[in-house]
Design a protein around this ligand. Sequence first.
Ligand SMILES: Cc1ncc(C[n+]2csc(CCOP(=O)(O)OP(=O)(O)O)c2C)c(N)n1
Ligand SMILES: [Mg+2]
Length: 582
Amino acid sequence: MSALTTKSMEAKAMSSNPSQRMKIGDFLLRRLYEAGIRHLFGVPGDYNLALLQQLQDAGALKWIGTCNELNASYAADGYARLNGLGALLVTNGVGPLSAINGVAGSCSEHVPVICISGSIPLRSIDRGLGMHHTMADGTFDHFLRAHAQVTAAQARLTPRNAATEIDRLILTAWREKLPVYMEVPSDIAYLDIEVPADPLILADPPSDPERLPSCITAIAGRISAAKSPAILFDADAGRFGVASELMELAEKMQAPMAAINAAKAVIDETFPHYLGIYAGKASEPNVREAIETSDCLLSIGYRPIEVTTGDFTASLPTNTIHARGYSVDVGDDNYQAVTLKEVLRGVIDAVPRVTSRAPGRAAAAVAGTRADGSAKLTQAAYWQAIQGYLRPGDVLYVDNGTSFTILGLKLPPNCTFVGSINWGSIGYSVGALLGALTAAPDRRHLLFIGDGSFQVSAQELSTILRHDHKPVIFLINNGGYTIERGYLGKTESYNDVANWAYADLPKVFCPDTSARSFVVRTVSDLKNVLATPNDTMIFVESIMDAHDAPAAVIISSNKGAELDYGPRGPQHRENVQLRPAM
Ligand SMILES: Cc1ncc(C[n+]2csc(CCOP(=O)(O)OP(=O)(O)O)c2C)c(N)n1
Ligand SMILES: [Mg+2]
């Protein structure tokens, strides 16, 4: 045995990080699996077929082909919402650019998605060979650079960097709760490299041993001294998985808590200390009072924008502690190298149990009137009926439009809410539904969407049917973009859409489907449909008036127009805006 071989064997035996040889593509798929990913969404193309073949041969991950890459990006996002991490595979240039809107949405909404593009072979880059799906100008970096704007990390794999870059990107997505972008040149998937033998561990970095206790002491000191402490949480409370810690803290301190609308259902809405959604002046009075008059507010991941703050009418108390995934602001101090879960666990232990504060009053659900069964279906009667349809454990999806009304409904325990409140790209919810159905097929999934939003991504209904999923789809057919009519163009044709036979689509997309489709025009039609068993897909097309919209949606659109167009905008002309009924 040569001295060199003996030496390397000794080094291997002593090392706590044993390595092995694997093909780059196989290693990538192995790492995705170890990170908890079991499905990959996307569209095949010549540059990703080698990797796709490795996926088929290994058999560990399941391929879910989508009709286009935009929908794949939405599906990966929906999958990640329920699974903790999601991924899509697309082909050079045309794929990443079709997907970029969805990837940007994941960035805006803090959802960890891995966008993998099978890209131009390294051989072509080395030799300057022009290839299809490029600008044919000898450059190959456009798509990496485009995705650098909307992802937390990017890399083009090479045989030298693949082992480290794959781990860096997956870990970055998981830790930051943000998307990442990876190019896998088509000629390297089958090359052998040395890779770690140990599985990838998804874990937060440990907190700093001094900063963590100092931060906990600072927070606990302030909220224990307060007379009316309260908790306000944004979407990151869900992304960083601290719902149970927040409930434990609220319980121990007898403190009221409220959600930003982007965090709907992160906390069980039947929890006694949960008050409802806080959106400044658009909040229920008791929620507004609890948050704004608190003498110490603990806020989690607060990212105010107009649609989450009642058009900037939110006003947090001066003594607000701002906690985020990995940092906290308390007074003038900023704490780095602290992780949210550890901070909250420490605070729970540090604060004394309070028994004297009265629990907050729960916000009222949407008030309803009794509608005449044979009367034409209105938005008011629709949402009242939907409220009664909701069951514990449902997964609810909302797209943009009058369907936002679902935000005002009171959800039963253990529901999950999937929306894109910050990014708000119409059509997102259909792709997200496919993704989340794939991640959690045994739950009941309810989609609330308008005709305009549905038209963007309707094809993915075919993928949902192809995999025999059984969601309930509630589509409002009101002839167009009603929410936009509250901004401008109340009767303009630019807010109209073509009238599809929506309820026929399950049959079109899957001719032998057992899906049940309904066209609903009256209150009693709707009530009958809601009694249908959930043993197959249910598609409910509800016909409603183009000018019928809940007051909250119209008011928000009217205010949006003021923000968007300013005092000299066209919205002040006579009868150009849908306005709330007097
Ligand atoms: C990709 C994208 N394009 C355009 C918009 C602007 N937009 C927001 S809501 C909306 C209309 C939604 O109409 P619909 O789904 O029919 O809901 P409705 O209000 O009619 O119930 C549009 C076009 C958007 N949010 N995203
Ligand atoms: Mg509509």
